[in-house]
Design a protein around this ligand. Structure first.
Ligand code: SF4
Ligand code: ZN
Length: 297
């Protein structure tokens, strides 16, 4: 198998792009793809200060690596969720990547906001699932840490996006469809969020991390097991296998018709009376969760 670009020995086959590439040409291909995604979807402007949300996994660490390679001023944010060994290992990977690249990593610990409790205990006390509490807390801490940055970048890849998309369509969650954009504008204290990897598949990101020598956590969060998003991913993988390029066509088609789901009027936001975070209610959901959980400590 020969590399289509340099005719050397190809190491990766990309049926969706009808390409076989060697290691070096694959890295060039992926960097170019991310640069073009950033340009065509207007995700970042030159000179912007970017905060990359890193989990210690392949996507977020590779995104940080790609943004640094493309010349962006990118710092990392790791949120310690307190999920046992999984969180400890993830943090080690994020810290060692930052040290290797000489880049700055900010760390937020959920326990510091909830009287020493971590995500699983917060969820138990709030009588909610770990993932719903985790999503809310991560969003809040990301916005809080992003205040000194122009934009927050997350490592959602094509497989993540098409799996959300399928789930949102199957359940006709039109609000979620409207919010499922590669770029969400900032609104005062809420920072702009961008997803520069939306056109890169999970497999491509794993190959990039491997070739670039990025040491990432292989374990998945224990709470992700049995989630519907994994079921949708496996269904989409079957479709992709039978018809390469399905995921890209599905997502790019959505980008063209997404505006049909966007509400004419945005909900009115006001500062939370407790912390100032923008919210649709008097007290934001993070402060309400905090009050509820801390009352029971
Ligand atoms: Fe948080 Fe783990 Fe759920 Fe992901 S799977 S939202 S990291 S608790
Ligand atoms: Zn608040």
């Amino acid at each position: 198998m020969k590399c289509r670009m340099c005719h050397g020995r190809a190491v990766i086959k990309l049926p969706a792009h009808n390409l076989n590439l060697c290691e070096n040409c694959f890295v060039t291909f992926l960097q170019r793809r991310v640069r073009r995604t950033i340009g065509s979807l207007r995700l970042l402007s030159p000179g912007e200060k970017v905060l990359v949300a890193v989990s210690g996994g392949k996507d977020s660490l590779s995104l940080w690596d790609l943004l640094l390679e493309l010349g962006y001023q990118a710092e990392g944010l790791y949120i310690d969720l307190g999920i046992g060994e999984y969180s400890q290992k993830s943090e080690e990977k994020a810290v060692s990547f930052a040290q290797r690249k000489g880049a700055r990593l900010h760390i937020q610990r959920v326990k510091d906001y909830f009287g020493g409790l971590a995500i699983p205990e917060i969820a138990r006390r709030a009588k909610r699932t770990s993932c719903s509490v985790c999503g809310l807390v991560k969003r809040y801490l990301m916005n809080q840490s992003g205040r000194c940055f122009d934009v927050i970048a997350t490592g959602h890849n094509l497989d993540d996006e098409v799996s959300f998309l399928l789930g949102n369509l199957l359940n006709w969650q039109t609000d979620a469809l409207a919010r499922q954009a590669p770029s969400l504008p900032d609104r005062e204290s809420l920072r702009r969020k961008v997803k520069p990897l939306v056109l890169c598949s999970e497999r491509e990101m794993a190959a990039y991390a491997l070739i670039r020598g990025i040491d990432y956590i292989l374990d998945e969060c224990p709470y992700s097991q049995g989630s519907t998003s994994l079921l949708y991913k496996s269904a989409l993988n079957r479709l992709e296998q039978e018809s390469p390029g399905t995921k890209l066509r599905f997502y790019q088609g959505f980008l063209k018709s997404r505006l049909a789901f966007v509400a004419k009027e945005e909900p009115e936001l006001q500062p939370c009376e407790n912390c100032g975070y923008l919210t649709t209610t008097q007290i934001c959901s993070f402060c309400r969760l905090q009050q509820r959980v801390l009352e029971r400590v």
